[in-house]
Each structure stands twice: as structure tokens, then as C-alpha cells.
Write a protein that binds this ligand. Sequence first.
Ligand code: GLN
Length: 488
Amino acid sequence: MHLYEFTALQIKEKIKSGETLAQEVIKELLDRIKVKDPDIGSYLSINENALSKACAIDDKIKSGQTVGALAGIPIAIKDNICTLDLKTTCGSKVLSSFLSPYNAHVVECIEKEDGIIIGKTNLDEFGMGSTTEHSGFKVTRNPWDLQRIPGGSSGGAAASVAADISFLSLGSDTGGSVRQPASFCGVVGLKPTYGRISRYGLVAFASSLDQIGLISKDVADTALLLQVICGYDNRDSTSLQKDVPKYIEQLDSIEKKFKIGVPKEFFANGLNEEISKSVNEALDVFKKNGAEIVEMSLPHTEFGVAAYYIISAAEASSNLARYDGVRYGYRTQNCKNIIDMYERSRSESFGNEVKRRIIMGNYVLSTGYYDAYYLKASKVRTLIKNDFDKAFEKVDYIISPTTPVPAYKVGEKVSDPLEMYLLDTYTIPANLAGIPGISIPCGFTNNGLPIGMQIMGRHYNEQGLLQVARKFESETDFHKIKPKFNAT
Ligand code: GLN
């Protein structure tokens, strides 16, 4: 077995015990990235200092010093999370040479615990998209079928874990960008409760929805990384002052009896039959293990996509106003006056999807339309949150498919943004309500594409999600099956 095939937790144990050197892991991984990533396109940059960091960890271990919880684990970071040593481009030409003057909170946490940032991964520009085709630099491909998209916007992050060219990765999830690519790539993706992980150093797309999320090979690896990056940070005003449970230690201490709600709106028209079948079979696994399955309704689900695209575009148009060619980023070489400079800098550097969101955002916020669109969408958001609050009085978890269709072909939907937006139906509600959601592998289509199941829970109950997900993993083998691409 190659080192890159182990999970993060396993590789850490090997490094800590002295069985394997951290530098061996990094060397093997860097070689593999060189061979494999040209086909996938996960990475936008590679950390040149990774090997020397690994050597420093090996020295620490050799001399008997204690090492951190992530000792020697190579971790990939979505390129909208700030790093001091590597460029943070957000997948945009606007920031193609941007070097952040500070590390994001999560990066600080990882480095403090001796994790190694291996590189920065590709994304749809500023996180806007569902396929990673909207990156300003390159398209990322799905290791299960190179003709297909890996999902998005954290497509680079998810594909890197699926292809065994990273052990763990961080993404961001505004409307599903961690769970959806995790589902398309057959890996685990967690979006924690809003405020659970500090957004300090995450470049803002839609601040009231954005949350840093985790992508991993199995549930235990997510628990391992969550333990390190979760918790209060006074540099993010929305950060929660809540105790962080012992995720790893309590992973298997699941309560005996729990109730799973199955919302009918998430199994309605438009859901691929093979996905529906897999998720229903997954529900049977829980049933056999003593869970009570309850059919229920989240009546405002159908308005989620519309509300999300109004609110997120509104916030994006305001957040992206800062890229004016003066304070940050790209500036045109060729302009007549200052207004012309703003206009040219922005129009020459933003991609079409980002421009679409800016135009939409400005429209819904403009005088005369604010009440009709933005205010209305905010009210719908409250209704959706209330649906969940009511549901969680009766059930402990809600299970649904993560996506209505499996990974589609590169280029297939790129010219129909509305169709693409509609495919976010199942992931968006958790962002609007601020609740946690995890996507785990639960099957394959007949043509071998991964299927993901989403488990949502009450605010702050990441612990419960991990336990339920782990229970499923212990009863099934879907998470152990790897793409053929990995072996060749
Ligand atoms: N696909 C959604 C969008 O395009 C979600 C993006 C995200 O979660 N960052 O907005």
C-alpha cells in the first residue's frame, strides 16, 4: 500500500510512532501530484516549504518533543482562504498575484498543530459556481470520470482528496460548495454551523452564508481536523462562544435511539432515480440499526434557491466592490480617467459568472426593488429557518440526497446558469438556516459515479452528524472504494 492511500488519521499515527517519516509522506505526495494533477487540475499552487516543514516535524519526533494533533498531515487549502506563504487568488484574474499579509485563522490553527499546507486548490471564481468551470485559470476534472466536473465551487479541494493527491482539504460552503463536490467526488464534506469556524481570512462571497468546510476520505478524518479548527475567534464577529466537544473520542458513542426525518420535498420531481434508490437503501441501514425513520415536510424548500440567489448576489455585489484596482488586485494599463480605470479594471478581470452576480446583486438592492426582492428573500429565509426549527422539535436528524443528479459532463450546463442554480436545491436550505450538514458517500450509479447522502442536524450538533455518519460508514464500504484513475 502506498502512503498516499492511507487516511489522514492513519498517516499521522504512522508519523508519530516513527514508522514513517513526515518527509517521506510529503515526497511521495509531491511526486504523485506531479504525475496525477495535470489530468485533474486540483492545484493552483504548491507549497515549496512543505518538505522543510516535514523535516522539522521529523526532527521534533526524533528528539522526543511532543507534536501536534495534525503532525505531518498534508492538507490542501481552497484558494479563497488566506495564506502568508502562498498566493490567494480566489480563482480570479483580479487577484492573480495577491499575497495575503496574514494567515487565515484556520491556517494558523493547522500550523500550530503541525499540519502541513501542501498547496492551494482551484475553485469557481470567488466561490461562485457549482462545477469549478468558472475558475479564471483552469477547469478541474472529476477523478471518477475525467470528462466530468468535480462539482464546485470547492472542486479542486474535493478532487484532490478523491484522487489521493491530498489527505484532507478545506473548502468554503455558501450554498453547498463543500457538500456538493464531496458528493460528486465520493468523499466526505462537512459544512459546520454558521459561526462554528472563524471566517477570519476567508475571502468573503456572501458573508451571512459563508462557512469554511472540511473535505476528507472518511468521517474520522473530518473529526480530526474539525477538532483543530473549530472554536471561538474574536477576529470574526459572528464566531460562536461555544464549547468544542471531543469529536474524535466520542465518534462511536452514538445515542441508541434517534429519529431521522425524511423531508418529502427533497425526494420530489427532478431527483435522479438511482440517487433516490441509494438514499432509501441508506435509510434502511439506519432503520436496521434501531433508528426511527419519520416522513416529514419542510414546506418552504421550493423557495430556497430563489431566496439564496437573491441574498448571495446582494452580499456578493457589496463584498466585491472592494476590487477596484486601487486597494486590491488587477489594474488596467490603459485608461483615460479614474472612472474609466475602475470600469476597465473590473470588466477586464472578473469572469462572466461573477459579473452576472454583481449585476443581479445591484439590481435587487436598488431603490424600488429592494423591498420586492432582497427584503422578500430575507423573509423567505426566516420561513426556511422556522421550518427546520419546527422539524428538529420532532426529529434529531434530517436525511436527503446531497444533489438531485450525479456529476455531469464538463461544458454540459455552463451556458444555462439557471439550470445549474436549480441543482443547488438540497444544499442551500442548510446555509439559509445556518445549520450543519454533512455529505457522505452512499452508493454509485450504474455507470460508476459516486452518490452522496446529506445529513443535517440542529445548530452546533456537528458531533451528532459525525456520529451518525460514522455509524453508516461502519455498516458500509462505499467510502473505501476508489476511482480507477487512482491506481493507474
Ligand atoms: N453553487 C452555489 C453558487 O454558485 C454555491 C456556491 C458556494 O457554496 N460557494 O452560489
